[in-house]
Design a protein around this ligand. Structure first.
Ligand code: NAG
Ligand code: NAG
Ligand code: NAG
Length: 911
């Protein structure tokens, strides 16, 4: 024990010393980085601001502010008549706090700003930017102010990633071609005060999380097709000061805004608002400016205080041209339809102050009294109003085949002339009041009539128009979803135990055959909520499921030609990956989890993958774009990585018609992977262990920069990131750390081991496990450690494609070889942390940093963020397939792995 402790302390000391040494080099390196990026920025500006050319210290440039260590924190160049573009490297100014470039003539794409953790303010208004990157506005925890008004962008949508910006105070994106609905994210943005999304093409309903938000200024006016649904949620936004919703497709009545005591300006004109203007509106204490023209408002003309500037227009359906109450029958009828949400059709027809003048669905007797109200088969949703009782001459009330809920008001029994009350085929409840003998009361088709079941629940579901039964069903709350997920998981676990014997059989087959299991029968198409989808809205109709986008199955079918074989990118551990192209040209990778008859396979991997990917975002981890849950089927949608897997580039470059990777490329890839994994390991809230690192799970983009993928086996590191005992051994032969294979003990060092194996593969061009070789050589790790003895033997082991006679390169290879040795140390404690690995690799990459930026040769190591999407959009076709996964080598077992099983590293080898 004591000996062990001593070992730990010594290791710690060494690690700290090395860490500090590297820390200092990193700082210097970062300042250099900054300078290089700023030079790039200067060369992208036409013309660069005058002081920029004459001085090679960017911190001295006009509009640039640096911190003490020479890192750029602010770029402020508003209204400087600058032409040109923004280089993608901008995203690497990791200390940037302010980016202020409004009112210039900048063109081209906006670079990815994701993961600039310090970024507080972004002003890009009034330029000519052409598009936003796919992961725009994700991972920006410090963002407070964001403004890109008036840019001719390609269509884009606001994503759920924005909820990470929990300090956001203002978000301005008017006139920027926004499409889709306003995402329901405002519960996560408590500081948001100003939201401006005017002059776009937003559709859908107001998000329910507007309720209770602190929004003061809400500008969502002038949407091309128009936002729709009711405005009810405004009534629950007590901080509102200014509300512009004009020129949309809103329906239903003006809500009760009596809570909005600070409201001074509300623009409601040019919608389809119906119903009586609520008296609370005219009494708002601060109101100064209101417009209501070009709606279908009903009832008495509202009268505001003298200092309020009002525009009522001439096309509303007020009962009289002058203030004052409406005719009593008109008032009663408006009351009746108020309980139905003031259907549009009636607002069109019910004009003037005489209900007997051609009002739709109303019949009067010869005395000018309303005798018949016939709203049969309208699918209107609401309740039966007690105000029917005010129309004392009624003989027939026909309300069959609607969506009426609640109770039948007792007061209806006072209608002396009533002969017929048809309430059939609704959803009414409660006791039927005792009508006189002469009244025919029809209540067939109300399943809960006579019971106390509360059917009014469906009424509270926003944000339908009240016009039809087909208004969308409410989204599930996160708790409900969590409940469902937990329930489903429990089911799987139970099913897992029951099916374990069969599973073992299947597993055996799977290990010895590399053929993928075929999918079950095709699934009848509907999305997870079972509601029909409007195709044009498919991408924009987000459904809340913690984070990310829920893609409709129809869309995924469409973009993959119904999962056609020709679109297969590769076969992964848990499913087949297809390529798809969205309407806007974005290429996506669609991983369809294998589903079997029991529907259990791949689902826990799916849950794990979604759980991890929605929490982590890093430029060296493949990004989640969305997912789809459809009956038994689970689908994950990622960004598409055009260059396929590292495995292909290392072992199948010939078949692919590629040249082998250069050493420089390999070191850069190693560093990328290390950074991605380091990030996974070091997340503050909960760190993750990948558990299945291998070249087939490293994807390469156009620029040959790498991202780690396949998070289906990711495990949350327990508490202090120390040890956890796994009940399920998972991973891939050849990459399994010995202690993990033997005892199931999982730590982050399991990933370090696998990373070490990848380094060995990068150096030797050999696979981790090559059964074609004699037994003593077949396992790379064992063989390589023998090679490490001296430089001569290393030289012999190096991939013949590498330029090992270049001494500089050979030195670099030796360093990586040594690192690989440390990473694969038998004792987990002796393996370095991933952060340490990054620090060791960094100077090796720096070594080949191009000195002058203009040089076009070699790889540009600054270009790391996805240029990829924009290139795809430009129509370049991706050349290779990716995501091949060596199925036969995957090892999954639900067997509890206890020390008594005596599984050792060598045992596994022997299988
Ligand atoms: C929208 O922005 C364009 C420039 O991108 C500008 O010409 C146009 O006037 C703006 N439209 C509105 C309504 O502000
Ligand atoms: C009221 O709003 C209209 C339209 O936005 C504007 O033209 C007018 O100046 C405003 N008046 C006041 C008093 O704010
Ligand atoms: C009627 O109300 C019940 C109880 O709220 C609900 O479960 C049911 O789905 C409703 N039926 C229809 C047809 O709306």
């Amino acid at each position: 024990m004591e000996e062990d402790d001593e070992k730990i302390t010594t290791t710690n000391a060494i690690v700290s010393v090395i860490f500090f040494l590297f820390l200092s080099t990193i700082n210097a390196a970062n300042a250099q980085d900054n300078a290089a990026i700023m030079m790039k920025l200067a060369s992208s500006f036409k013309p660069p601001p005058p002081t920029w050319i004459s001085n090679n210290n960017p911190c001295k440039w006009q509009g640039i502010t640096c911190d003490n260590s020479g890192q750029v924190i602010s770029i402020s160049l508003a209204s400087k008549s600058i032409y040109g573009t923004l280089p993608s490297e901008l995203a690497q100014l990791s200390n940037l706090q302010t980016l202020s470039l409004q009112n210039n003539h900048l063109t081209g794409p906006i670079p990815p700003l994701s993961n600039l953790t310090q970024l507080r303010e972004v002003f890009l208004d009034g330029n000519s930017f052409s598009q936003v990157p796919s992961n725009f506005l994700q991972g920006l925890p410090s963002l407070q102010s964001f403004s890109i008004n008036d840019n001719p962008l390609q269509s884009w949508s606001i994503t759920y990633g924005l909820i990470e910006s929990s300090s956001l105070q203002q978000f301005f994106a008017s006139n920027t071609s926004l499409i889709g609905s306003i995402p329901d994210i405002f519960g996560s943005l408590p500081s948001l005060k100003n939201l401006k999304l005017s002059y776009n093409n937003l559709t859908g309903f107001l998000p329910s999380s507007f309720a209770g938000s602190g929004i003061q200024n809400l500008w969502i006016n002038n949407q091309k097709q128009g936002l729709t649904g009711v405005l009810d949620v405004l009534g629950n936004m007590p901080n509102l000061v200014q509300v512009w919703v004009q020129e949309n497709d809103f329906v239903g009545p003006i809500p009760d805004l009596s809570q909005c005591t600070s409201l001074f300006d509300i623009q409601l004109r040019d919608n389809h608002l119906t119903g009586v203007v609520p008296p609370s509106l005219t009494n708002l204490p601060k109101l100064l400016n209101i417009s209501m023209q070009n709606n279908k408002l009903q009832g008495p003309i509202p009268v505001f205080k003298g200092d309020v500037q009002v525009n009522l227009g001439f096309t509303n359906s007020f009962c009289r041209n002058t203030p004052g109450p409406c005719d009593p029958q008109v008032t009663a009828l408006l009351d009746i339809v108020s309980a139905l949400g003031y259907p549009n059709e009636l607002a069109d027809s019910w004009k003037g102050n005489n209900a007997c003048q051609n009002w739709a669905h109303i019949t009067c007797d010869s005395n000018g009294k309303v005798s018949v109200i016939n709203f049969a088969k309208k699918n209107w949703v609401g309740t039966v109003s007690p105000s029917f009782a005010s129309l004392t001459s009624l003989t027939s009330i026909i309300l069959n085949n609607n969506g009426l809920v609640g109770k039948i008001p007792d007061v209806l029994t006072s209608l002396n002339m009533l002969h017929k009350l048809d309430l059939s085929n609704n959803n009414l409840t409660g006791k039927v009041p005792s009508f006189g003998k002469s009244v025919e009361v029809i209540t067939d088709g109300n399943p809960f009539i006579g019971t106390n079941v509360d059917t009014t629940g469906s009424l509270r579901s926003p944000p339908g128009s009240g016009d039809s039964l087909h208004s969308p069903k409410p989204n599930l709350s996160p708790y409900e979803i969590m409940g469902i997920v937990i329930g489903v998981l429990v089911l799987f676990i139970v099913a897992g135990f029951l099916l374990y014997p069969y599973f073992k059989k299947w597993l055996f087959k799977r290990i010895y055959s590399s053929k993928p299991t075929p999918f079950g029968k095709p699934i009848i198409g509907h999305n997870s909520q079972g509601s029909p989808m409007d195709k044009s809205n498919m991408l924009s109709e987000h459904n809340v499921y913690s984070y990310g986008n829920n893609f409709p199955i129809e869309l995924l079918r469409e973009v993959t030609d119904n999962f056609d074989d020709k679109n297969i990118l590769g076969r992964g551990g848990f499913g087949i990956v297809y390529k798809g192209v969205l309407q806007d040209g974005t290429q996506i990778a669609v991983k369809r989890m294998e589903s079997n008859v029991e529907g259990t396979k791949g689902k826990s991997e799916f849950e794990a993958e979604i759980a991890v990917l929605s929490k982590v975002r890093h430029r060296h981890l493949v990004a989640l774009l969305g997912y789809c849950i459809n009956e038994n089927e689970r689908i994950v949608v990622y960004e598409c990585m055009s260059q396929g897997t590292l495995g292909q580039h290392l072992f199948e470059y010939d078949e692919m018609g590629r040249s082998p990777l250069t050493w420089k490329q390999r070191v850069v890839i190693a560093l990328d992977v290390a950074r991605g994994v380091e990030y996974l390991h070091s997340l503050a809230q909960q760190s993750f262990i990948h558990r299945d690192l291998k070249p087939t799970n490293v994807l390469l983009g156009d620029d040959m920069r790498a991202k780690v993928s396949d998070f289906g086996l990711v495990k949350r590191a327990s508490d202090q990131g120390k040890y956890s005992l796994e009940t399920r051994l998972a991973g891939t032969f050849g990459y399994l750390a010995p202690e993990y294979a033997a005892t199931g003990r999982v730590t982050t060092k399991v990933d370090v081991f696998a990373f070490g194996i990848i380094l060995m593969e990068l150096i030797t061009g050999r696979k981790a496990l090559d059964e074609s070789l004699p037994e003593e050589q077949s396992q790379l790790a064992t063989w390589f450690r023998r090679v490490l003895i001296n430089k001569d033997s290393i030289r012999k082991a190096i991939d013949s494609n590498l330029e090992a006679d270049d001494e500089e390169i050979f030195e670099s290879i030796c360093k990586v070889a040594e690192l690989a040795g440390h990473c694969t140390a038998r004792e987990p404690l002796q393996r370095p942390d991933m952060g340490h690995v990054v620090n060791l690799l960094l100077p090796l990459v720096e070594q080949w940093r191009p000195t002058e930026l203009e040089s076009g040769n070699g790889i540009d190591i600054d270009m790391s963020l996805p240029h990829i999407l924009q290139k795809w959009r430009a129509g370049e076709t991706a050349t290779s397939s990716g995501y091949n996964d060596d199925n036969s080598r995957n090892y999954h077992s639900t067997a509890p792995t206890t020390p008594t099983m005596g599984l050792s590293f060598n045992n596994i080898d022997a299988r």
